[in-house]
Design a protein around this ligand. Structure first.
Ligand SMILES: [Zn+2]
Length: 310
């Protein structure tokens, strides 16, 4: 299903080497490649002289040293964090200690919904529970530095506290893990929620920035078209899940096998959680039924009542 997807796997950053990727924007990749992080987390430096850092990244000695080296002779006045996964925010304390910059973010890590009875958090290890910003940003808040202006854009879905940042002077958006060119985004309950994620995609579809700089991989060019593709991609996945349930009730492993063809085996757990995210949304909309709250071990069937549009 993703064979014709316009994913851009190109990437020309190497750890330790800072590169200007847009006017007033330098990028530095951490050496933490993997199935969820692609070539590694990308930290961004905004402005010149008095600068902001977007996502210090993982608490990795080499990356911290390279990041601080990149801003040597400059003053870091602001640190912005897109979300509290361990590949994005744990570098904050070291950068803050070294620079005295203030830390801006939507808030600490939190779940998109309460845990169900007996439910454990599958991706618990991925969350940075220690993170706390100095300044909590709300949607639309504008923060100005020396020569740059950043608008906070709440984009929950990947995590409940996910924030994108629009860089006004360059007309681009730091998209974090919400929209990435190399891959779709993992939406894993209970930290993430599909209904939030879709609403955040539709929110970006109404914005005008043509270029997104994501937390992993290459910049997104022609962002409006790509966001539209992502929306349609999720509708397609939802249709595939409903198609499978049309053949009879099924559990999540059965649905994953039917829907994700040729899946990297390392991503089966994430695919199961993404499927759960879709099923939560479908149950909330009255299209799919299950016994009790939607859970990773549950069985799912098409609901009796007529489908409502969405
Ligand atoms: Zn993330």
């Amino acid at each position: 299903m993703s064979d014709d997807a316009p994913f851009d796997k190109s990437f020309d950053l190497v750890p330790g080497k800072v590169k200007e990727v847009a006017p007033q924007v330098r990028a530095l990749v951490a050496n933490n490649p993997g199935p969820f992080t692609y070539k590694g987390t990308v930290s961004y430096i905004v402005g010149r002289g008095n600068v902001a850092i977007i996502d210090p990244g993982p608490d990795d000695d080499a990356h911290m040293a390279a990041l601080l080296d990149a801003v040597r002779g400059e003053t870091v006045t602001h640190i912005f964090v897109t979300h509290t996964h361990r590949d994005h925010s744990p570098g904050v304390p070291k950068v803050k200690a070294a620079t005295g910059a203030k830390v801006f973010a939507e808030g600490p890590h939190r779940l998109a919904r309460p845990l169900h009875i007996g439910e454990t958090r599958r991706l618990d290890a991925s969350a940075d529970m220690d993170f706390a910003p100095d300044v909590r940003l709300a949607d639309g808040d504008v923060v100005s530095g020396s020569g740059w202006t950043v608008e906070a854009v709440t984009t929950p879905g990947h995590t409940a506290n996910h924030m994108a940042y629009a860089f006004k002077e360059a007309d681009l958006l730091f998209a974090g893990d919400h929209v990435m060119a190399w891959s779709t985004t993992i939406v894993a309950p209970p930290d993430g929620a599909m209904s939030d994620y879709m609403a955040s995609l539709h929110k970006l579809a109404r914005r005008s920035e043509p270029i997104y700089l994501p937390g992993h991989g290459a910049p997104v060019r022609d962002a409006a078209r790509y966001v539209q593709f992502l929306i349609e991609h999720r509708h397609g996945r939802e249709a595939s899940i409903l198609h499978r349930l049309g053949k009879g009730p099924a559990d999540i492993p059965t649905i994953v096998k039917a829907v994700y063809i040729g899946l990297d085996p390392r991503l089966i757990g994430a695919a199961a959680l993404s499927t759960l995210a879709h099923l939560e949304d479908l149950v909330a909309r009255g299209i799919v039924a299950t016994d009790g709250p939607p859970s990773i071990g549950g069985a799912y069937r098409l609901a009796e009542r007529p489908r409502s549009g969405s």
